[in-house]
Design a binder for this molecule. Structure first.
Ligand code: IMP
Ligand code: MG
Length: 178
């Protein structure tokens, strides 16, 4: 179980909203003219981000979700990625935008892209809300990133610690007590 901790605000709700709007403008420009965009949210951490992002997109979009295994109850990334819930739709020939909460070591998004690539999408891009570049173990980069952050464990705006704190409207860093 999680020990005692406090949450220190790192990125305000207002700063997130402004950044999401800017990302949506860039993404809308990039995919302008497409009528075959599927925005794929990685469950569960991206659920609030994808909800805000798609509402700012100036494009016709479909929304689908993919859930892969990751941290469980702890804070260490498992290197094995399994599909827990697959997409409902086919993505062959579609433009696919994968929406992720955080790229940390990079293993999760690397494996997700490998899986999705075998399904032959026309285009495959990633938008991550947060990036911790100092933690990277595999060379993977999102085309769009909301914020680069230092090596802190964060929660809020969809992101959890032991399944809690997803409902915070801002991003906070967890400080473990002793
Ligand atoms: P990676 O495979 O190491 O890149 O980890 C990616 C996944 O680990 C993210 O999608 C998150 O679910 C989780 N994760 C990484 N860093 C954090 C964090 O600071 N707080 C909560 N979850 C995290
Ligand atoms: Mg995740």
């Amino acid at each position: 179980m999680a020990g005692e901790y406090v949450i220190e605000e790192m990125i305000s709700a207002k700063a997130i909203a402004a950044r999401v709007e800017a990302l949506a403008r860039e993404i809308s420009a990039h995919f302008a003219g497409t009528d075959k965009l599927v925005v794929v949210g990685l469950l569960r951490g991206s659920f609030i981000f994808i909800a805000d992002l798609v509402r700012e997109l100036d494009l016709p979009v479909e929304v689908d979700f993919l859930e892969v295994s990751s941290y469980g109850m702890g804070t260490e990334s498992s290197r094995e990625v399994r599909i827990l819930k697959d997409l409902r739709g086919e993505i062959e020939g579609r433009d696919v935008l994968v929406v992720e909460d955080i790229i940390d070591t990079g293993h999760t998004i690397h494996h997700v892209l490998e899986i999705l690539r075998t399904r032959r999408p026309a285009r495959l891009e990633v938008c991550a809300l947060l990036d911790k570049p100092s933690r990277r173990e595999v060379d993977v980069r999102a085309r769009w990133t909301g914020f680069e952050i230092p090596d802190r464990f964060v929660v809020g705006y969809g992101i959890d610690y032991a399944q809690r704190n997803r409902n915070l409207d801002h991003i906070g860093a967890v400080r473990f007590l002793e």
